[in-house]
Ligand binder design. Structure first.
Ligand SMILES: O=P(O)(O)OC[C@H]1O[C@H](OP(=O)(O)OP(=O)(O)O)[C@H](O)[C@@H]1O
Ligand SMILES: Nc1nc2[nH]cnc2c(=O)[nH]1
Length: 174
């Protein structure tokens, strides 16, 4: 997959975006003692790098919801792990790698509100410009990406390459 791809956001651009999102989150949540929840698996790189830039008290936990697996087309959402930390009454920040059709984050947000979260904010590293009327608008966005299959910085290509520091897109027709 790597050979059939092109870099659409290089590592320097990615890092600058993480800095900007961290500053925006700080301005909104620094005095809220938030619970930060990483959506596994794709959210792990963005969330980990974000956490080291958030210089205020917070709690951290994760949840695992997936609907793509190694595929490039989404299916039914599968919950593998709910957050262990209590969310009732908390300001919750959910961190994920990409908002594509928005189905995953909309379901996650709804479920956290049902569990009694006081507010649920969402941060995604990449927002895909696919022209869809998404069920959720992310509160914090790193970068936009074109309507193509993208990978790197947490996002997989058939299960691999989450570790790339830049964002790649599969070449058209590849
Ligand atoms: O906006 P959507 O169309 O719902 O797609 C976005 C979701 O897809 C990816 O997860 P995936 O199901 O691939 O699981 P993964 O994080 O384990 O790769 C990504 O991490 C988001 O959670
Ligand atoms: N790796 C990857 N996962 C996704 N999940 C939803 N859209 C995408 C995408 O473009 N790439």
């Amino acid at each position: 997959m790597l050979a059939d791809s092109e870099v659409i956001h290089d590592a320097q651009t990615v890092q600058a975006a993480v800095d900007r999102v961290a500053a925006d989150i700080r301005a909104r949540l620094a005095d809220k003692y938030p619970l930060v929840l990483c959506v596994m698996t794709g959210g792990v790189v963005f969330c980990g790098q974000l956490l080291t830039r958030l210089d205020f008290p917070l709690d951290f936990d994760y949840l695992h919801a997936t609907r793509y697996g190694p595929e490039t087309q989404g299916g039914k959402i599968s919950w593998r792990s709910a957050p262990w930390a209590p969310v009732k009454g908390r300001s919750v920040l959910v961190v994920d790698d990409i908002l594509d059709e928005g189905v995953t984050l909309a379901a996650v947000k709804e479920s956290l509100l049902r569990l009694g979260a006081a507010e649920v904010l969402t941060a995604v590293f990449a927002d895909k410009l696919n022209g869809r009327n998404k069920p959720l608008v992310a509160d914090f966005v790193g970068l936009t990406v074109p309507d193509r299959f993208v990978f790197g910085f947490g996002m997989d290509a058939g299960g691999t390459w989450r570790n790339l520091p830049a964002i790649h897109a599969k070449k058209e027709g590849a």
